[in-house]
Design a protein around this ligand. Sequence first.
Ligand SMILES: *Cc1c(COP(=O)(O)O)cnc(C)c1O
Length: 355
Amino acid sequence: MKHNFGAGPCILPKEVFQEASQAVIDFNNTGLSILEISHRSKEFEAVLDEATKLVRELLNVPQGYSILFLQGGASLQFAMVALNLLPENGKAAYLDTGVWASKAIKEAKKIGNVEVVASSSDKNYTYIPKQYTVPADAAYFHYTSNNTIYGTEVFDVPASSAPIVVDMSSDILSREINVSDFDLIYAGAQKNMGPAGATLVIVKDEILGKKGRVIPSILDYTAHISADSMYNTPPVFSIFVSLLNLRWLKAKGGVAVIEQENIIKARTLYDEIDRNPFFKGTAAVEDRSRMNVTFVMDSAELEAEFLALAKERELIGIKGHRSVGGFRASIYNALSITSINAMVDAMKEFEELKK
Ligand SMILES: *Cc1c(COP(=O)(O)O)cnc(C)c1O
């Protein structure tokens, strides 16, 4: 059995892959593939409708927020957020916690004034800055809730008198959140929600449509809202597979249940990292991510040896991002505790071998 610890596109439940493959051949007994049906057909409308409802239900999204499935990944949101929410003469506040946060900052700077309120780049993004103030006159405050590359996560919503925009690409649906804490949430599907191709946006309607900028329609949230995510052809298959995954999550008991599993999975792995003298966590303990667990060894030689053992034990996708090195185990919703145990066993085995 392969244990897929890849950072994204990520593991999804086996049953989701099975149902998805069936729908590629014959979708809902229509005699047609999900890949060939019209996005305007009543069958696909039902898919989009159910996916939207499940997001609303699973994340408890209040009235007054629209739910969109867009394309372009989280990276397009870096630009769209600023285009839609940053007035010509206003400014936006950003927290810099890693590569993705920096890219969001870089794009926003092309569009308007940006104030970086704090950065953890001084320690290669191994921690989440906490002592900073968001200027009250900021049009919005943007942060990244889970730093996929560095293995840090922001669990408490930062204090901000400005509206909050969050990139939740890699921890969406992994734990309970209070949507009304935020004005805009976005997430590329391929980390924890579905396959690549769709991007989830949850936006408070109230904050849109008053910035006076001319925005190309396809980059305008209001155009997508009035068209119910059908402004242009949506990513049909990606939305469909996301729906299957949302159904799986609901059948499991929802976000509160998966959150408890995720806590246990993360604790099991971090406990071994802390116990085993061959491994060392890279993220500040209080900021450790429950989705991406980063760790290193004392030398490149040891890391190569462990990587070889991991490969033999079918632990896939654990090489760390080039900017951190070492290892990164991404332990998204669909990764089972069995896979965590397989990783822990390999770490123990390595320790025994080296004794
Ligand atoms: C992967 C990732 C992105 C980039 O997502 P794309 O969909 O490839 O644009 C942005 N933010 C975070 C936190 C990510 O993990």
